[in-house]
Every structure is written in structure tokens, then in C-alpha cells.
Design a protein around this ligand. Structure first.
Ligand code: IVH
Length: 695
């Protein structure tokens, strides 16, 4: 029999979907990678020759594309709620008791809490049509093209699935992919991801799906949402999802009592360390859907489920030695060198010790066995010493008194926990650190001058401070090893371009102690010019938003230094921006409105939202007061703020409500007012509860 081209394409797709599922979902491949690749190449070839047979769910779509894409904001048909958290067995018991009081004896399904980022997938006629991130729970980003590259997410389903449904789960990054990614990023000089969760969320928001395809994401599904489901329990729903071709965790269990739930948690608190992917707790859910419907929802989360969060993982290892790093501001940071130990899936060799006080408070000594723990940061910290393993001849740790780089006696400023090397002009890591800080992307963004080049230029006497950058000539650079004429020209071009970088970034680039990116923006917005900042009294400095005593003193100290003033004058002569550019308003729809931004947001930074408020004529307030018009609230809004808002009757908008209010990301609204948006929000809340009962 001779297959038509179309038939061959269809049969290759079917076979590749099948083998993909065997490999990624069931972990039981039936053919070799080589055979798989050969079939894939044949399909690519046929599809390229016959674009008329294109299919967005073809297995060839798994490799992604280099095209950059913007994400559309899509409203969730059913809101994506979150879970309430408990951290102790006692409060978990209270949760179970409350449910059993209302519903009698109850079955619970215990599942691992995967530590990634939530996703909602929509399937129609067995084909993936949409994948949307959680966003603010009401709407999220359409990341379908990226999600199609994740091998364990089926593009087409196998038998007996409903015609249309949504299924939700977690996209996560296994430890192996995470480690590999950070090694690659380190080699490329890129910022590392702090943990697999950030890496998964960051990857999902990549604009090129081909990059996502290479990062090794995985996905597990745990919740079906549809108006009509032929199941009466969660367990049945999980089993059905597995039959349709989804990857559903094999670690879920039905528990019949608080005791069984506790045993499940106890088991996984240890056993999870052996898992190849990150988990941060256990989710306990009522199994019976009828009970779930009766239990209902609070405004944010279901009353029929709770997340038990594990305590951060710890490892015990030996403290071998302590290094002292000197930062660009002269701040000394002690860093512990440890016997390598496995912690939360990665090998840990170093831990931060923060400062002398912390070493003293924990009485950390060389040779001690210490507990290390990972917080949200890349570098773990030492939390405790195992005193029972301390040797009899150990001595209290002696903190250094002189700079390890230049030998200058260290100083301690009042109220500061860290020691500082005061030799700003003569201490090498400080000199280099200030230059490297000045040229970084968020400051003057000078491309091509890497750390090594900065060091070489410093050694050859050409670069001793940030102002020297503007005296560099292409010929000075071209003679350096590994820098040809072309790169030298590029660097000079980039140096010239930096002269038009906005004032706030110049101010940040100066590297004044405690003046970070945000403070620099506030200072620039408040004072409008460098001269005004330089000449401001302490009282005047304190009037700027977010500027307290510490920052004001640091600014005064910086400009009191004659050397710094000379550098600043040279930068002025070089032509850098010393004044804030006047902003062109997008609209005045927020005119007269006092707005508070609170919490963490998914699609914008807090500064971006603040900037948008200003661009639409509104005023940012740092705290809730009687004249606050509304709050734009993200995740984890402070409880104090929430309480105050409730007491004062201040309205709360979500991130997406706010963006809608100002007429979209770039647009200007026609007749939106804060009031009608807020009333829309109130109406929507009713829907949330009604629709929520579907789960
Ligand atoms: S059920 C109504 N099950 O945890 C919410 N969530 O804090 C239903 N998560 O947004 C969620 N593993 O991103 C559920 N086995 C699991 C989970 C899980 C991880 C995440 C999910 C959710 C967050 C809730």
C-alpha cells in the first residue's frame, strides 16, 4: 500500500505523540532516541515541503521557535485560587476537625506540593488549545507556544476525554535541569536563578519558545475544571486525567484519618529529599466533590483544602575556613567554606555568614559542624552549630581587624552590623567594584567592558575611577589581549551611548552607599537634578520618598568627599545626563487619585506600577490613609495594610483591574473611572464564588 503524503504525516504524528507520552509521561520508552529522532526528522521534512498540512499541535512544535512573542492577557473561565497554608500539625488537625465536624468522617487526598508555577491548560476535542499562567488568579498570560515545548504536556489526548475541559497543575524545573541551566548562565556571565521555582516561572515567560524547549521543564496535573464532570471524587478525576494522557503524580494517597495524613506528611518530609524535583509541602484535599461543594470557599481559597508547608531543608556539615570579601562600598562579608554537602538537590560548598555579629551570636568556630539552610537566595546560610560535635580545643572565632585586600584597619559605622574598609580610593576590589557597578546594565549599560577588561585597564593605569572611562581611546583598548580593533570601537561607541542614559541611572551608577536602583529613581524624581541632590541638606534629603537617616547620611558623606566631587565634575564635562527629563503623561485618568501599591505582582514590578500611576496623573502613597482612593494589591499584601484598608473602607484592585483601569498597558482609557472599575471588581467577586464551587 502506498501512503499519501498526508497519511504519512498523520501516522508519523500519531506515532510520535505516542512515543513522546511513553518517554515523558510514563517513563517507559519503547524505541531508542535515535529512532525517535529519525521519525521526527522525516516529519519535519514533510511538513516543510507541505505547509498546507501544518498543525499547531504537531510533535514538531515541541522544539519551539526563535520568533519573539508577546503574551496576551487572558481571563480565566474559573478563577485560579490559592490555598491557605499551615506550618504545624496542630493547625492541620484543626483543619481536619473543622471539616469532620461539618461533614462527618471524611476521606482526604494527600498530594505533594510541587514547587513551581501554576498553569491552566484548556483542551478542546482532545487537543491543547490554550495554556495560561495563574497571573493574579483572575487572568493570566497566554503562554501556549512555550507550554507546547514541554514534553510531559500532551498536545493531543488518548481515549474518552470530555469534549472541552480545563486542567490545572504545576510547571516545575527538575533539579538536574536547574543545575545545568545555572552552570550555563554562570559561564555566560548571566545572573543565576535563585531556585528552581524562579527558574520555572522565568522560563515560562521567555519570549522565544525555542529557549523554553531547551530548559527541561516538566509538568504535573492535579485538578480538572469543567462545568460537567462525570466524577464524584477527586481521586476518580486524577485517575481519569492519567488515562487521558496526563502526567499525574504517583505519590498521591487517600487518607482516612488525621493520623494517616500525619504519617503521609512525616514520610515525605524526609523522602522528598530523594525526589528529583522540588517540593515545598503537602496539599490535603477533601476527596468527595459533594462535600467540597458544601464546604465552599473563603474569598481567597477553598475551605476543603489546605497546604502543609515543610520547614526549610537543613544539612549538617563542617566549617572548613572563612573568606572575607570586600564589596564595592568597602563592606566586608564573611563567607564560610564548607565540606561539600547535598542540600535540597544541589551541592553546597559555601554559605554566607553576613557579619561579625552573626558569627558571634551563633558562636561559630572553625572546624565546627554547622547546619546550613536554603532560604530564597542562592547562597545558603548557617543557622546553628551542632555543639555536641565541637572539639574540646576549639577557640572562639577571631574576626579580622584589617582589610584582607589592602591592610587598612577596618571601621564600623554606628548602627551598622558590617565592618568597612575605609580606603575607598586605594583598595583594589572597591575601585574595580565601583567601575563594574557603574557600567552594569541597570546603570550606564556600557557593553563590552567585562570584568577582565576592567582589571586589565586598571593594571595598565588607565582606569582608576568611573570618570576615567570617558577618557578611554580606542587605541588604548585595541592593544589589550583579546580585544581587537572592532571590539575596541564597539566599546567606545557604547561609552558614548551611555552619555544619554537617564539621570536616575547615572545617580544609581555613582555607587553611593544604600542608594539602590529604586532610591535613585525616587531621588531623581524628587530633586530633578544632580546639583539639587548634591546641595540638599539632610532635612531636604529626608523629604524624598523612601529616604531615611542612613541614606541621607550616605549621600552627604559621598558628596563631602573632594575626590568624589572631582569625579562628578569630570562626568558632567563628559556630557552625562545630570537632569531628569520631563515626563509626557499618557493620560490624566488618575488625576487627583492617591494610590497605594502593596504586595508582589506577577506581570509588573512595583516600580513599573508606580511609574504607570504617575504617567496617568495619579499620586503614589506609601501608606494607607483616610485619603487613599484605592490600593493595587498583589500577592502577600501586608496584613496591617489590609486591616487598615478594611477599616477605612479603601477599595482594593488587582493588578489586572488596574491595568484595565488605565486602558491597558500602553493605552489611555476612554471613560474608565476608578469608581466604575471598582464596582466591576465587586460584581466579579460574586461570580468567583459561584464558579468556584465547580472544583
Ligand atoms: S491544588 C484552589 N495541588 O500551590 C487551589 N496546588 O498555594 C488548588 N500547588 O496555586 C490548588 N502542588 O500552584 C494544588 N498538588 C497540588 C499542588 C498545588 C503545588 C501550588 C499551586 C497553587 C498553590 C497554592
Amino acid at each position: 500500500m502506498v501512503l499519501s503524503i498526508y497519511d504519512e504525516i498523520v501516522s508519523l504524528r500519531k506515532a510520535l505523540h505516542h512515543h513522546n507520552r511513553k518517554y515523558y509521561v510514563e517513563n517507559a520508552p519503547e524505541i531508542s532516541d535515535f529512532e525517535f529522532d529519525q521519525m521526527m526528522h522525516r516529519l519535519i521534512e514533510l511538513e516543510e515541503a507541505h505547509p498546507e498540512y501544518a498543525d499547531e499541535n504537531s510533535p514538531t512544535m515541541r522544539v519551539g521557535s526563535d520568533k519573539t512573542s508577546e503574551f496576551q492577557n487572558v481571563k480565566h473561565r474559573y478563577p485560579m485560587l490559592s490555598l491557605s497554608n499551615t506550618y504545624s500539625i496542630e493547625s492541620l488537625n484543626e483543619f481536619i476537625e473543622r471539616i469532620e465536624k461539618e461533614e462527618g468522617e471524611t476521606e482526604f487526598v494527600c498530594e505533594l506540593k510541587f514547587d513551581g508555577t501554576a498553569i491552566s491548560l484548556t483542551y478542546e476535542e482532545g487537543r491543547l488549545v490554550r495554556a495560561v499562567t495563574r497571573g493574579d488568579g483572575e487572568s493570566g498570560d497566554d503562554v501556549t507556544a512555550n507550554v507546547r515545548t514541554i514534553g510531559s504536556i500532551p498536545l493531543t489526548l488518548t481515549a474518552d476525554y470530555p469534549a472541552e475541559f480545563e486542567i490545572r497543575g504545576e510547571i516545575f524545573m527538575p533539579y538536574a535541569s536547574f543545575e545545568r541551566l545555572n552552570v550555563e548562565r554562570e559561564a555566560a556571565g548571566e545572573q543565576l536563578f535563585a531556585n528552581p521555582r524562579n527558574a520555572a516561572a522565568g522560563t515560562l515567560k521567555q519570549q522565544q519558545s525555542a529557549i523554553v524547549a531547551k530548559r527541561g521543564l516538566d509538568c504535573t496535573l492535579y485538578q480538572i475544571a469543567s462545568r460537567e464532570l462525570p466524577f464524584s471524587t477527586h481521586w476518580e478525576a486524577l485517575e481519569a486525567a492519567r488515562r487521558w494522557g496526563f502526567k499525574v503524580s504517583e505519590h498521591a494517597r487517600i487518607c482516612h484519618s488525621a493520623e494517616e495524613v500525619r504519617a503521609y506528611i512525616e514520610h515525605w518530609d524526609t523522602a522528598r529529599k530523594e525526589l528529583p524535583f522540588p517540593t515545598d509541602g503537602v496539599v490535603i484535599k477533601v476527596n468527595d466533590f459533594a462535600k467540597r461543594r458544601r464546604l465552599g470557599f473563603t474569598s481567597k481559597s477553598p475551605r476543603w483544602a489546605v497546604a502543609y508547608k515543610f520547614k526549610a531543608e537543613q544539612a549538617l556539615t563542617r566549617l572548613v575556613s572563612v573568606d572575607f570579601q570586600v564589596g564595592r562600598t568597602g563592606a566586608i562579608t564573611p563567607v564560610a567554606n564548607l565540606d561539600p554537602v547535598l542540600l535540597a538537590g544541589t551541592v553546597v560548598k559555601r554559605a554566607t555568614l553576613h557579619n561579625a555579629e552573626q558569627i558571634e551570636a551563633l558562636d561559630i568556630r572553625l572546624g565546627d559542624m554547622v547546619y546550613v539552610e536554603k532560604g530564597g537566595e542562592i547562597i545558603p546560610k548557617i543557622t546553628e552549630v551542632e555543639l555536641s560535635e565541637r572539639s574540646a580545643d576549639s577557640k572562639p572565632f577571631k574576626y579580622i581587624t584589617e582589610c584582607p585586600e589592602c591592610g587598612t584597619p577596618l571601621v564600623r559605622y554606628e548602627g551598622e552590623a558590617k565592618h568597612y574598609c575605609p580606603n575607598q580610593g586605594g583598595c583594589r576590589p572597591q575601585i574595580l567594584g565601583r567601575i563594574v557597578h557603574f557600567i552594569r546594565r541597570k546603570a550606564l549599560d556600557i557593553d563590552g567592558l567585562g570584568n577582565e577588561t576592567v582589571e586589565l585597564l586598571h593594571e595598565s593605569g588607565l582606569l582608576n575611577n568611573i570618570a576615567d572611562i570617558y577618557d578611554l581611546k580606542a587605541v588604548d583598548l585595541a592593544v589589550l589581549p583579546r580585544l581587537g580593533e572592532k571590539s575596541a570601537d564597539n566599546i567606545i561607541r557604547s561609552i558614548n551611548t551611555s552619555k544619554s542614559v537617564p539621570f536616575a541611572r547615572v545617580l544609581f551608577g555613582l555607587g553611593i552607599r544604600f542608594v539602590g536602583e529604586t532610591t535613585a529613581k525616587y531621588l531623581a524624581a524628587h530633586f530633578k537634578s544632580l546639583d539639587a541632590v548634591m546641595n540638599a541638606s539632610k532635612e531636604q534629603l529626608l523629604e524624598a520618598e523612601e529616604v531615611g537617616d542612613k541614606i541621607a547620611d550616605a549621600i552627604i558623606e559621598y558628596f563631602a568627599d573632594e575626590q568624589n566631587r572631582v569625579i562628578v565634575e569630570r562626568l558632567r564635562i563628559a556630557g552625562l545626563q545630570f537632569e531628569e527629563e520631563a515626563k509626557v503623561l499618557h493620560s490624566n485618568c488618575l488625576e487627583g487619585k492617591n494610590i497605594v501599591i502593596s504586595g508582589k505582582f506577577l506581570d509588573h514590578t512595583r516600580d513599573e506600577l508606580k511609574e504607570l500611576i504617575e504617567l496617568h496623573g495619579g499620586k503614589n502613597q506609601s501608606g494607607v490613609s483616610a485619603n487613599t482612593d484605592f490600593i493595587v494589591a498583589g500577592e502577600n499584601m501586608g496584613p496591617a495594610k489590609l486591616q487598615k484598608a478594611e477599616k477605612l473602607g479603601v477599595k482594593i484592585l488587582s493588578e489586572s483591574d488596574f491595568i484595565a483601569l488605565i486602558g491597558g498597558e500602553n493605552g489611555a482609557p476612554e471613560n474608565n473611572t476608578a469608581e466604575n472599575i471598582v464596582s466591576e471588581v465587586e460584581n466579579k467577586k460574586e461570580d468567583i464564588v459561584v464558579q468556584g464551587s465547580l472544583f
